[in-house]
Write a protein that binds this ligand. Sequence first.
Ligand code: ADP
Length: 191
Amino acid sequence: MFNFVIFGPPGSGKGTQSKNIIAKYNLVHLSTGDLLRTEQNTGSELGKQISALIDDGNFVPDEMIQKIFKAFLFENKNSDGFILDGFPRNTKQAAWLDNLLEEMNSEVKFMLALEVDDDELKRRILDRGKISGRPDDQNESIVETRITVYNKQTIPVKEYYENQNKFHSVKGVGKPDEVFANICGIIDKLK
Ligand code: ADP
């Protein structure tokens, strides 16, 4: 199994680039944001609990996301590998993931970060909100909360992979095709 983490703040283009990557490298896209929104849309009790947290820009508890993550991973365990998008989002999740993959005789091969500055992120997310209908994309203060939570809780995950010599980054601004070409350059080198 070939797994890597795509990393970057909300609005950095992880979802867009992941779609290109899975097509080219035959990987499964494991997006925790997508999994949570799927559960929300079922209208289940769990879905309602999720909405109460993520619509305001907050994380869901680790145990909750880990359970959902693991179920999806196991359902697709015969695939060639995963692109992990939105997970791990804090260092506890990163350590949990290392253990889980080790039990499966696998690992995170590397982390690939998309670098985009905060002003550009805010612009992109609010633009996306006009089309996507995501409540967390439509309100400036919720977007700011997400960027703040990212800077506080998620940035340390970068250091976690730096310490394992697994951290790589590309510029996330410019034409999406150019960003994709730079991403492929890194994947081809490390795969
Ligand atoms: P974005 O990258 O645009 O912030 P995502 O689609 O990845 O959005 O995630 C949407 C929301 O789902 C997050 O703001 C967060 O509330 C929740 N979420 C996603 N992944 C995780 C995770 N690993 N741990 C906790 N909460 C998560």
